[in-house]
Structures are given as C-alpha cells and as structure tokens.
Design a protein around this ligand. Structure first.
Ligand SMILES: Nc1nc2c(ncn2[C@@H]2O[C@H](COP(=O)(O)OP(=O)(O)OP(=O)(O)O)[C@@H](O)[C@H]2O)c(=O)[nH]1
Ligand SMILES: [Mg+2]
Ligand SMILES: [Zn+2]
Length: 367
C-alpha cells in the first residue's frame, strides 16, 4: 500500500501535527489511525478518509476504561486495526483530545454526556423569530470558550422577522460578544447558505449547536445539497416533546470541511467552566480587578467597580445575574463532579485489583 496516500487521506480529515505529536509510540507502532464518524449504542463507524468502516472496541478498551469519557466519541482520533478489505475495524485506544464538547446529562446527578471531540469551530445557532435569548447565548459561549473552540454565532430564520429587527438583535449580540463573528441567515435563501459554505475551511471540523427547531439540520442539508438528514416543523417537535436529530455523525463535505450536527440541547449545564466564564464575561473580570478592595464581594463595598458599572448601566443587571448564576452552577458541578470522579477511580481500581488477584491459569505465563 502507498503509505503517502494513506497519510494524506488522514491529513484531509484533520490529522494534524497536534495529534501526530501526541500519539502514543507503542500504540502507533502496533495499530493504524482512524477517526470516529459516528457512535451508536456501543457500535462505531470510523474512517481513514475514504469509506466509512464498521468498528467495535477491543476488550481492553471496553473493560479497562475507568470513566465513560475515556471511550471514543464522534470526532475522536483512535488507534485501530482494519480487517476484511477495509470493512471492519477494532479500536484500541483514543488519542488525546484537542477539544471536547460535553454537556451535563439530564437529571439531578452530575454526570455528563460527550457530544463531540476535536471540534475547531462551533456554530452557535439561535432563530431570530422565537428562540433568540442573550442569556442562553452566553451559556453556549461559556461552554464553547471553555473548550478552546472558536465560536461563530448564526442567527437563523431571518426571513421571518423585519430587517430592522434583525439589525437591532445583531447589535445586542455584538455588545455581549464583541470579538465573535455573527452572521444572520435564512435557510430559504441560497445566497446566505453559499456565504456560510464559503466560510468553511478544509480540514477543519465544525459543529452545529443550538436548541431544537432552530434549523441546524436544515442548514446541514442545504450545505450538503440534499435532504439526507431528517428535519421537522417546530410545532411537531414541541408537541411530541422530542428532538428530530438524535444521533451525531461527522459529515464530510466536498470542500474538505467536516460538520457534526447535534441534537438540540434542552439542558445546557456546563461542567466547571472557569476559563469559559472569564472569556465570555471578560469585562466583569476586568472590573473586579479595579475594585478598591482585592477581596471585594461586590455586594455593598465602597469603591466596588462592578456596583458602579451596574449603577451607570455600563454593565447590565441581567448579564451580571446570568454570570453569577452560571458561576454558582459551575462551582456546584466542580465540587460534585470531582467527588464522583474520585468514586469512579476507586471503582476502576477495585476492578483492576480484583482482576489482578484472580488466580492465573497458566502459572508460567510471564506476561
Ligand atoms: N422560515 C424558516 N424556517 C426554517 C428555517 N430553517 C429551518 N426552518 C424550519 O424549522 C423547522 C426545524 O428545523 P430543523 O432543521 O429540523 O431544526 P433542528 O435545529 O435540526 O432541530 P433538532 O434536530 O430537533 O435539534 C423545520 O420545519 C424547518 O423547515 C429558516 O431559515 N426559515
Ligand atoms: Mg436536527
Ligand atoms: Zn467589587
């Protein structure tokens, strides 16, 4: 087989120096490299840049893993062997992740679900007609910034509201995210779709994030140029109380870019989001640094820069309240998550020591 060809195929789906330099020497000598295209209840598809290949986890990976987050998710790079004319693969391990999107799983307990790995750019989508909400947008920005992913804000369904209203909303968005690209678009307007397509870079991985019904899958269909993926009118999504898109798949475009559509997220709990908070609410951090007292609680101190900014209106009350709310949740999650992780680890060790202490059937086995 022509090795250069194989390598350049991997490059074309994003196998950059970042991953190459972090590959495990032993595993790379023993196995090939592939990228996860989709995950469905324990079965996987992977690709090396060509066809999709059915894959499963090796026993060691499946049973030797301490936490669910160490198992592969869509977008992951993995060590894999491929058999039977490239129709079947076994996955032996997961590469370090450049970025990882996860969300708090539904329910009270702090647990999370992996959304996608190694995403470079996240399109955060809100629809202009009924889904638009600055506070929700801030939550998405925190989650994306925390991960070191570049956010781009897309405002969908601009065909449904007057142009003047669009520019007003756009200004509001720019005021909370001055550094972030904001684009409005309509899925009914080909020119809008074309400008989104032109903005996609080859070898980069994108994901579509946003509430159910904002038009993520419709956008993806428009980008690939077919009605390949299922969409549903908003009213039927709500009356059924569920999401149209339920799986996540890495879709490769002719341009060489890759996109992952995601199910609308009802509960967007961040895990622990220090960096994401600081980046999303950077002006609040800056203000707190010029408070008169270094241990200012921003509650009633004289010389508090935050209270002053709230008073003049330079900092909006709702934005500040949202910041406090996300910060509080994050601190709660941080605490209960690290406790859970400790338990997970203990559990993992218990299994390992049980396996170790099992009698060996081959006493002379030097392994
Ligand atoms: N008027 C208008 N309708 C749109 C636009 N984009 C999407 N829609 C409609 O909105 C509905 C929901 O679109 P989907 O693409 O299924 O939404 P989704 O974000 O993928 O939803 P989930 O998969 O449930 O997360 C469909 O009926 C679309 O036809 C748009 O730009 N303008
Ligand atoms: Mg969808
Ligand atoms: Zn203060």
């Amino acid at each position: 087989m022509d090795i250069n060809l194989v390598v350049s195929d991997l490059n074309s789906i994003g196998y950059s120096d970042w991953f190459k330099s972090r590959a495990d020497d032993e595993k790379i000598a023993a196995h090939g490299v592939a990228r996860i295209v989709s995950v469905h209840k324990g079965s996987y598809t992977v690709t090396k840049g060509g066809e999709d290949i059915f894959a499963e986890l090796s026993g060691n990976l499946l049973y030797g893993t301490e936490s669910a987050s160490d198992l592969p998710t869509t977008g992951d790079w993995v060590y894999a062997d491929i058999f039977y004319d490239d129709t079947h693969a076994v996955i032996y391990g997961v590469f370090p992740r450049k970025t990882l999107l996860k969300r708090k799983a539904v329910g009270k307990l702090v647990d999370f679900q992996l959304i996608a790995a190694n995403i470079d750019v996240a399109f955060i989508i809100q629809s202009l007609n009924d889904n638009f909400n600055l506070r929700r947008l801030e939550r998405y920005l925190v989650m994306v910034n925390e991960n070191g992913i570049e956010p781009i804000i897309l405002l969908s369904k601009c065909d449904l509201i007057p142009e003047n209203d669009v520019s007003e909303i756009r200004e509001n968005v720019s005021s909370i995210a001055p550094q972030t690209t904001v684009m409005e678009f309509s899925n009914l307007n080909r020119d809008d779709i074309d400008s989104i397509i032109t903005s996609l870079k080859s070898e980069s991985s994108y994901c579509l994030l946003g509430s159910s019904g904002v038009g993520k899958t419709t956008l993806l269909n428009n980008i690939v140029g077919s009605d390949k993926f299922e969409t549903k009118p908003v009213s039927s999504i709500q009356s059924k109380g569920r999401h149209t898109t339920t799986s996540r798949q890495l879709v490769r475009l002719e341009s060489g870019a890759m996109i992952i559509d995601t199910p609308g997220m009802r509960e967007l709990g961040s895990m622990s989001v220090d960096d994401g908070l600081e980046e999303t609410f950077s002006e609040i951090l800056e203000l707190s640094q010029i408070c008169k007292f270094t241990n200012c609680s921003h509650a009633n101190e004289n010389g508090c820069a935050i209270l002053a900014a709230l008073k003049t209106g330079d900092l909006s009350e709702q934005r500040y309240q949202n910041y406090l709310k996300i910060k509080k949740e994050s601190e709660f999650n941080q605490l209960s998550y690290s406790e859970k992780r400790k338990k997970d680890k203990k559990f993992g060790k218990l299994i390992k020591s049980t396996v170790k202490n099992k009698p060996r059937y081959a006493p002379n086995n030097s392994n």
